[in-house]
Design a protein around this ligand. Structure first.
Ligand SMILES: Cc1cc2nc3c(=O)[nH]c(=O)nc-3n(C[C@H](O)[C@H](O)[C@H](O)COP(=O)(O)OP(=O)(O)OC[C@H]3O[C@@H](n4cnc5c(N)ncnc54)[C@H](O)[C@@H]3O)c2cc1C
Length: 385
């Protein structure tokens, strides 16, 4: 399988780390709906979750491209980066838009594993994908912002010390463009939970810790505003592009995992006196999903390279996610189908990875919204909303 790229050292190191956390580990964690503490701890101690933090703040100083390879390899080795990918793109937001003071305070501690910045609170129950319609407000009073509202599907809140929160600081009626007047804040979850934020866990199809948040008169110190007040939507979009490219990489990792798994099985499983993989009806769908994963991977590298050189990458990050999530789902179906009944048995891990990779056609952004972005922002078709 093609891994001939410039990142072999990273790939080898992640593979070695992942060998201590075999499929049985992730299967057990999935069955228990638990958090992979030991795995995330090992990744943090080895410095991988601080990959994007510059060396001057104690991190590895790598780019999004390398970060994407780390995420890809975790999934390719049977793990699930969803438990920890938030840290990568959230610290990117802090790094690009935070003040020097904030960076000096938080980044070295994140790099050392003393602090976790794994959560991002954007989605709301009534606004859905229409983010500029969020109803959570932050009103400046004295030295603090007082926040009220509700968020939904906010992941890893119970395994994070800080969260990046998007809230409206100027009412829509008072701004020229609806994307203005939104701001982002660093919320200290250790203080806020139980004192301004109530958390309700949402049981769901995958082992993904995600929650509803009820925010009631939460006080955030002014010093925790990231960047300029009112420009938060622009900042969060930067973070969302990084998130899309990283999750594309995870899907690519999943896709390779499915293809590897079914290729091996199709060589071994004998039915009608020959390996099932000798039938073209079985070979072609596997080959096709491999081709699509390889193509998606190229778009992922393009998106990451643009991000790393501070060039616009919205179109490429979105396209990479669409292609990667689509092809990993295609590979998942192929893998399940040609395992026959065994694909449904938990001990084969196929059904677990099948559920995990399905998420990425809906979150972090649904495929329809990506197509709408490409149609309207890349091709210039009339706006539909
Ligand atoms: C497990 C999980 C974890 C998540 N973690 C986080 C997190 O940590 N932080 C966070 O902020 N959010 C998180 N999310 C939220 C996620 O980003 C949203 O669920 C996703 O963006 C889709 O938004 P929605 O659920 O509000 O769907 P809606 O906006 O309600 O859309 C519903 C459906 O309608 C379609 N649709 C809507 N409008 C249009 C249109 N104009 N044209 C065509 N189709 C349309 C959409 O494509 C979608 O399929 C998570 C979600 C899940 C499931």
């Amino acid at each position: 399988m093609n891994t001939a790229d410039n990142y072999q050292e990273i790939r080898n190191a992640i593979r070695e780390l992942c060998s201590d956390f075999p499929s049985e580990y992730f299967r057990r964690i999935d069955e228990q709906r638990a958090y992979p503490e030991e795995f995330v701890g090992a990744l943090t101690r080895a410095g991988w979750l601080g990959a994007l933090i510059p060396a001057e703040y104690g991190g590895a100083g790598l780019g999004l491209t390398e970060a994407s390879v780390i995420m890809e390899e975790i999934n390719r080795n049977g793990g699930n980066s969803g438990a920890c990918h938030g840290q990568m793109y959230n610290m990117g937001t802090l790094l690009r838009h935070g003040s020097e003071e904030q960076k000096r305070e938080f980044l070295p501690k994140i790099a050392a594993g003393e602090l976790r910045l794994q959560s991002m609170g954007v989605t709301e129950p009534t606004a859905g994908t229409d983010t500029t319609k969020i109803k959570t407000t932050a009103v400046k009073k004295g030295g603090v912002y007082v926040v009220n509202g509700q968020k939904v599907w906010i992941s890893r809140v119970q395994h994070s010390d800080f969260m990046i929160l998007l809230a409206r600081t100027t009412p829509v009626a008072e701004v020229k463009k609806k994307s203005e007047g939104l701001s982002i804040f660093l919320v200290d979850l250790r203080e806020a939970i139980g004192k301004g934020i109530a958390v309700r866990r949402i049981p769901n199809m995958v082992n993904h810790e995600t929650n509803e948040l009820f925010i009631d008169n939460l006080e955030i110190p002014e010093a925790n505003l990231i960047g300029e007040e009112g420009k938060g939507f622009k900042y969060i979009l930067d973070g969302l592009n990084a998130e899309r490219a990283l999750i594309a990489a995870e899907c690519i990792g999943d896709g390779y995992w499915f293809i590897n798994k079914i290729t091996k099985y199709a060589k071994e499983r004998i039915v009608f006196d020959r390996p099932i993989g000798q039938n073209q009806g079985v070979q072609f769908p596997i080959a096709k999903s491999y081709v699509n994963i390889e193509a998606a991977s190229l778009m992922r590298f393009k998106a990451c390279a643009l991000f790393d050189s501070h060039k616009p990458c919205g179109a490429e990050a979105n396209m990479a996610l669409l292609l990667a999530a689509g092809s990993s789902w295609e590979a998942a179906n192929v893998c399940l189908q040609y395992h026959g009944g065994f694909g449904f048995a938990s001990e084969y891990d196929v059904e677990r990875k099948f559920r995990e990779t399905r998420l990425y056609q809906v979150a972090p952004i649904s495929t329809n919204l990506i197509l709408s972005y490409v149609a309207e922002h890349v091709l210039g078709l009339p706006r539909s909303f």
